[in-house]
Design a protein around this ligand. Structure first.
Ligand code: NA7
Length: 893
């Protein structure tokens, strides 16, 4: 432990020497200070305000409250603290939260190490001493080994970007910098600019006092009634019944609140059932409940989300009497939840008051502020008070805009982040040694219960400092590889939610000129915590650690290379500790697959699903036909399911067939070909060919376009599809217009690198493939092109779209087949799906990140069938765009 001291620096100023300097005395700074001191680090906290509270110190505007229930929005690190404090309301007011933070500061005697009224002016890393030098506007500079930003995500107010504020002769207030003295609205004409959470909380209370209130709204937002009062009895009972368990559940949840997620999809509910769920959430007055408990596809699929939006719109229309005002208040430009929705008390009803006027700035933008009020391009609104509720430079504002931070080689953080924030884990930045950000961009932060995320970050960071001290390390720094991997993982995660579809402060869109991109981590609090723990268990993966008397440690790499939802699926499977499928015997394996399939999300509705049989070479073969809802006739795709020639049937890839039928607008006919070991090679191949020929000959009867068909298949089904194309070419038909091969088996050798690199741990294993091969095909037959199509003649085959997945033993043989087809002159497109496994594309509504791949497959099928791309009619006219690119399936959680 380095003793805190104050030394006289060469310049003559005093410099305070500490192990750790942190900025901010809000929720994050207070807990950080407590933990660091408890663990023996000399620490100083620098705080601009004259007291603790952070964002709760500054945001004193009328109506300011938290929007996560207070029993969840509080510290959990000390059970005694929990029992020493009782919250009076379900959503505490700002004064109560501020009192709580003051109570915490006193209880742990934190104030003695906080330098209040001290603004940091610059932070500079000194390579020679391996310390940060922090200069301030008040008294001594600070020299510290570690510098930690506990500055909050919403603490740097955004300038209103409206000219003329200084010309206004009345009073001006900013919600994010509200005065300590009471603001008197009585008898005054007041204007509020901004209808985010701050505006929506303040407006009803200001309306009660002011003579006249004008609300200037640029973009309407969703607001849900808070129904404030005492904390709900059921939640309190849950907490008190098992406090530790309740808190632990929150830590591993999606949003930091222990709520059960729904697994039911919107299309499985009737309109009445959906309404009932919505009404229950409305009555509960809980954002997390409304955001996550209606139906599983509400937060990840625009169609599922649109159903929520419509119910919200009905509520606004039912509350606001004037239909024109109601129409202006109805959100139109973003999915529900993509922008932070608000919790309100009487917000919409406030617009029924005679003293309240709504100005729609989309119809009459503000030109400037003038001496007497606000000038729009239609009129001058004369007012006595203007309240700016115009928001914050969120996530990055407080970190980089507040003071220059210069890291290694004098590089400044604002330059490094000029194109958007990049971090490792949202905690630290390559090139900035010994710097931590608590709930920085790249961590769950504002998409979670902040206090849960703060405690996780603080614990993780302080535990690292302790471990370093014990091992003799004095510096840590994220590697570029690790940071790059995290940035990519962040981008992958952002495809799981709808946040990327809205212009919000989550994406930086509220600040003119700011680089845009989803800044918080959208993968969820629990998965994030698991990843941070994994960084530690893998030897501080992605960090370089150095110290004076110890060898450098750098275990470089990327912490998550799988797609985020694939990672979760694999983790779940690992936890289930299932016996290897090949140990179950053929029937046991079939039963197991049937059981798995019974539990999967139901496939989406299509126009029609019909079962039938077709004549095979030795008797009838069952099939299942999926017809689009659009008027036919449609091109037909003959589909072969996966299952290693041993498992599955015409229904086993049901969700995939439904999804592809909807996306491609084509008929899918899934074939129940015969299986090994009862029917060995070449039965499956011959059944596939016979079925394709029969369907081509009977296309019109099936409602399809006559003349040709397409074939598609996944895994062993991809093998059958590929072989069918070769047989059709060699046996005089039928004409096949294209082949879609998804993770196909194409060859009988097992020595390609993907077979070895991904032999276990990625669902399909090498030993399972050995078993499939043994059951289907004797070694002597394996080089026959009817099972190893890669060994066949490839010229003259139909154009192909070949899909392979990065973490799949079959990856390399799929790529080899695509390459060989191309070399033989066959038009080929290959989709090499990064971060995916063998089952990614058929786990519809489970692996959400598989959607974009299926969109590409559907587009490819349409091209191969000679259809226009989605959105265009055959005659070239544009039909109403379906939401295909945005049609993201459900249930990330
Ligand atoms: P928000 O949610 O960013 O809301 C700011 C509001 O101010 C929003 O309605 C903006 O409209 C509006 N705004 C911003 N600049 C202007 C200008 N120049 N002219 C007109 N209107 C403007 O901030 P809050 O403080 O309400 O809430 C922040 C978070 O704090 C909240 O989500 C909670 O988590 C706590 P826009 O939508 O940009 O068109």
């Amino acid at each position: 432990m380095v003793a805190a001291s104050v030394s006289r620096a060469t310049s003559g100023c005093t410099t305070q020497q500490v192990d750790v300097a942190l900025v901010g005395a809000g929720f994050a700074g207070l807990y950080l200070l407590h933990r660091l001191r408890k663990d023996g680090f000399t620490t100083v906290a620098l705080e601009e305000a004259d007291d603790v509270g952070g964002t709760w110190y500054w945001n004193r505007y009328p109506g300011a409250r938290c929007d996560i229930q207070t029993i969840d929005y509080c510290y959990t690190f000390d059970p005694e603290l929990e029992s020493a404090w009782n919250w009076s309301e379900k959503y505490a007011t700002q004064p109560e939260i501020l009192r709580y933070l003051g109570f915490v500061a006193d209880r742990y005697d934190l104030r003695r190490d906080i330098r209040f009224c001290t603004k940091v002016k610059a932070a500079t890393w000194d390579q020679a001493s391996e310390r940060w030098l922090i200069t301030t506007d008040n008294d001594a500079a600070v020299s510290c080994r570690y510098y930690i930003m506990a500055t909050g995500c919403l603490s740097s107010p955004k300038p209103p970007e409206i000219d003329g504020v200084k010309d206004f002769e009345g009073e001006v207030y900013y919600t994010g910098r509200w005065p300590h003295e009471e603001v008197k609205f009585a008898g005054k004409r007041v204007a509020v600019i901004g209808t985010g959470s701050s505006g929506i909380q303040a407006i009803p209370l200001i309306a009660e006092q002011a003579a006249q209130l004008t609300v200037l709204q640029r973009t309407p937002n969703f607001a849900l009634p808070a129904h404030n009062g005492p904390a709900p009895a059921d939640r309190v009972a849950l907490l008190e019944g098992d406090r530790a368990g309740y808190r632990e559940q929150a830590r591993w949840s999606g949003a930091g609140v222990p709520l059960q997620l729904t697994t039911v999809f919107s299309w499985q509910l009737s309109a009445a059932e959906r309404l009932e769920r919505f009404e229950n959430a409305w009555a509960a007055g809980d954002l997390v409940c409304m955001l996550r408990q209606l139906w599983a596809d509400q937060g990840v699929d625009v169609d599922g989300n649109a159903l929520v939006v419509e119910l919200f719109r009905d509520k606004i229309r039912a509350t606001v009497r004037d239909p024109e005002i109601a129409a202006s208040l109805i959100p139109y430009d973003h999915p529900f939840g993509a922008k932070r929705p608000c919790l309100d008390t009487n917000y919409y009803a406030t617009f029924n008051r005679p003293n309240v006027t709504l100005v729609n700035l989309r119809q009459e933008p503000i030109k400037s502020i003038v001496a007497s009020g606000i000038e729009t391009d239609k009129r001058t609104l004369e007012v006595d008070i203007i309240v700016f509720a115009t928001g914050f430079d969120a996530m990055t504002g407080a970190i980089m805009a507040v003071h220059p931070i210069k890291g290694r080689d004098g590089k400044s953080l604002s330059d490094v982040w000029a194109n958007g924030p990049q971090s490792y884990l949202g905690l630290t930045v390559a090139g900035f040694p010994n710097l931590f950000m608590i709930t920085g961009p790249g961590s769950p932060s504002v998409l979670s219960n902040m206090v849960v995320s703060i405690e996780q970050h603080v614990d993780w960071a302080v535990n690292l400092l302790i471990a370093m001290r014990e091992a003799g390390f004095t510096t840590f720094e994220a590697t570029k590889t690790a940071q790059h991997g995290w940035t990519r993982h962040m981008a992958d995660c952002s495809t799981l939610t709808l946040h990327r579809l809205a212009n919000t402060w989550y994406t930086g869109a509220n600040v003119p000129g700011k680089a845009q991109g989803v800044m918080p981590y959208t993968g969820g609090v629990g998965p994030y915590r698991g990843i941070c723990d994994e960084v530690v268990s893998r030897g501080m993966l992605g960090f370089r650690l150095t110290g004076p008397n110890v060898a450098e440690q750098c275990n470089d790499g990327e912490i998550v290379r799988l797609q985020p939802d694939v990672r979760l699926v694999l983790k779940k499977l690992e936890e289930m500790k299932l016996a290897p499928v090949e140990s179950l015997g053929a029937q046991g394996a079939r039963d197991f697959v049937a059981e798995l399939n019974a539990d999967r999300p139901a496939g989406r509705p299509v126009g029609d699903v019909a079962d039938g049989t077709l004549p095979g070479t030795d008797g009838p073969l069952p099939y299942r036909l999926y017809r689009p809802a659009t008027p036919g006739p449609h091109p037909i795709v003959v589909y072969f399911h996966g299952g290693g020639w041993v498992l599955g049937d015409q229904q086993s890839d049901d969700p995939y067939c439904r999804d592809m039928c909807r996306r491609s607008g084509m008929i899918f006919v899934s074939i129940g070909y015969r299986h090994a070991p009862e029917h060995r090679f070449p039965t499956a191949a011959e059944d596939g060919y016979a079925a394709t020929r029969w369907i081509a000959e009977h296309a019109a009867e099936l409602g399809g376009l006559p003349g040709s068909v397409l074939v598609a298949g996944w895994s062993a089904g991809g093998n059958i599809a590929a072989v069918t194309c070769q047989l059709a070419r060699d046996r005089g038909g039928p004409h096949i217009a294209g082949q879609l091969l998804v993770c196909p088996v194409t060859d009988c050798t097992f020595d390609r690198s993907s077979y070895n690199g991904y032999a276990t741990g990625y669902f399909l294993t090498r030993s399972l493939m050995y078993w499939f091969w043994d059951l289907y095909c004797s070694p002597a037959d394996r080089t026959d092109p009817r099972v190893s199509p890669l060994r066949g003649k490839l010229g003259g085959l139909p154009p192909a779209f070949v899909v392979t997945c990065e973490f799949d033993p079959l990856r390399d043989e799929g790529i080899a087949y695509g390459d060989a087809l191309a070399a033989a002159g066959v038009p080929v497109e290959q989709l090499k799906a990064r971060g995916h496994i063998h089952t990614s594309f058929t786990m519809v509504d489970v692996v959400i990140t598989g959607v974009s791949g299926r969109v590409q497959m559907a587009e490819a099928l349409r091209r191969l069938a000679g259809l226009p791309p989605e959105g265009k009619q055959v005659d070239g006219s544009v039909r109403p765009a379906r939401t295909a690119p945005l049609k993201i399936a459900a249930a990330a959680d």
